[in-house]
Design a protein around this ligand. Structure first.
Ligand SMILES: [Zn+2]
Length: 60
């Protein structure tokens, strides 16, 4: 337990590419802008109690 195999990489909801951000079962964040290097868009995501949710996109 507690090794890197327990980490999941956050996937971009637009293109489904892995971002560089990984999370574990006890990770929590709210309204975090996550940049995707593949499609070059930023998505606001929240992770609470193991549930990843996506908000509306960051528009430039
Ligand atoms: Zn993407």
């Amino acid at each position: 337990m507690g090794e890197n195999s327990n980490l999941n990489f956050i996937k971009c909801p637009k293109c489904n590419a892995k971002t560089k951000l990984a999370y574990s079962f006890n990770t929590t964040f709210a309204n975090l802008p996550i940049y995707c290097q593949n499609c070059k868009q930023t998505t606001i995501m929240s992770l609470l109690n193991g549930i990843l949710s996506t908000k509306t996109s960051w528009t430039n």
